[in-house]
Design a protein around this ligand. Structure first.
Ligand code: MRU
Length: 375
């Protein structure tokens, strides 16, 4: 995507061929800054501290982290066996940074499997670099396809509305290109519709506590010229009751093979309100976000609990500098659940790179039959 007219992805191997570049999302939208990752520790820090976040982006940064890890293994070990052992340990360190994110484990496992297939240590490093590039390219390609499939949903709503009446889409958190390598999941159909001349308007949930909607999604949409309005998280139900929302599209951090969707905290409440108001609620995801082993999302998906300071404090721009202020007085305890699970029954459809399916095992199986025979 373009940032001030210059094309960017969210992760890349730098010109030196060894270090990894990322965008520091914590600084957006007020400052655009890139950061160079030089070690597995740097990659873990970037994921844990949320310099990078979002399903596909975390996966791609993890794959690049495995490339950094492989370079370290080359220096620290002598045999292919000890190389693989150390790489697995570093993979575990990466996986432990964000427990709910599916793409993270998916990318690490993929790197381990492919690197393990090489029998000399030098070739293992080259393969780790290759996997990182493949994961990133694939993520961008899949999100592009999600855009094409999701476009049909927006187009069909538009065809039933007045000619100049924009399609009003509500989204939660940031499932835009910053959350992937390019295009985004929830935003890809929106960009596709906007680029095709369909008038769209996006209701952007601010997404407490870290405000990824207000800070990231709004910035992305503005960069692309997509009309949008930032709202506080509790407005969605009111807008739905008054006919101001035609469609909800969100992303997901993990979706079970039965269609239960883990996403940023607050998504479940939007899905309930959408159901009550008969508004389609779609979830966009590449296949790398499916959890092919878990049946019951509400009971089995681990929900990350983050530091309470994210709730008790709020940051923003103050006269050209980022400032934090305290919201909660005294020592009142705060709880910070990062995700919730929307049961499949509330989801109208899943928009994937292979097309749209219902949020149930049978239809997910229709699109991804090989995933079921693997497990
Ligand atoms: O806390 P975050 O920003 O890591 O939350 C994850 C997300 O970005 C959202 O849940 C998003 O909507 C799905 S990931 C594309």
């Amino acid at each position: 995507m373009l940032v001030d007219g210059k094309p960017y992805r969210t992760v890349w191997i730098e010109e030196d061929g060894t270090t990894v570049g990322i965008i520091d999302q914590r600084k957006l939208p007020f400052t655009f800054e890139t950061v160079s990752l030089k070690s597995t520790g740097d990659a873990c820090y970037a994921i844990r501290e949320m310099l990078v976040r979002g399903a596909g982006c975390i996966g791609a940064v993890a794959a690049h982290g495995m490339y950094l890890a492989a370079q370290e293994c080359l220096k620290a070990t002598v045999s292919p066996e000890s190389f693989d052992e150390l790489l697995a340990e570093k993979g575990t360190q990466l996986c432990e940074t964000r427990p709910t994110a599916m793409n993270l484990a998916w990318a690490v496992e993929r790197a381990l499997a492919e690197v393990g297939g090489e029998d000399c240590t030098q070739a293992k490093v080259v393969r780790a670099g290759g996997v990182a590039v493949e994961v990133a390219d694939e993520d961008a390609e899949w999100c592009h396809s999600i855009g094409k499939h999701g476009f049909s949903v927006i187009e069909s709503i538009f065809s039933k509305k007045g000619k100049n009446d924009p399609v009003n889409i509500l989204t939660h958190c940031n499932a835009g290109w910053l959350a992937f390598v390019d295009y985004g999941s929830a935003t890809a159909p929106i960009y596709a519709a906007h680029d095709a001349g369909i008038p769209v308007h996006v209701w952007v949930d601010e997404t407490r506590p870290r405000n990824q909607g207000a800070r990231l999604t709004a910035w992305e949409l503005a960069q692309h010229g997509v009309p949008h309005t930032v709202i506080v998280d509790n407005v969605g139900g009111h807008l739905m009751q008054h006919g101001e929302v035609d469609l909800c599209i969100t992303g997901t951090d993990r979706t079970t093979y039965t269609g239960d969707v883990a996403n940023k905290i607050g998504t479940y409440l939007k899905a309930l309100a959408a159901k009550d108001n008969d508004i389609p609620f779609y979830v966009a995801l590449p296949s790398s976000t499916f959890d092919w082993k878990t049946r019951d999302g509400v009971r089995e998906i681990p929900i990350e609990e983050r530091d309470g300071t994210e709730v008790a404090w709020i940051g923003g721009d103050y006269e050209g500098g980022e400032r934090e202020v305290k919201l909660v007085a005294g020592d009142s305890p705060v709880a910070n659940y990062a995700f919730d699970v929307t049961p499949a029954r509330l989801v109208s459809g899943l928009i994937t790179e292979r097309g749209i399916c219902e949020a149930d095992e049978t239809d997910i199986r229709r699109l991804f039959p090989e995933k079921f025979s693997e497990s």
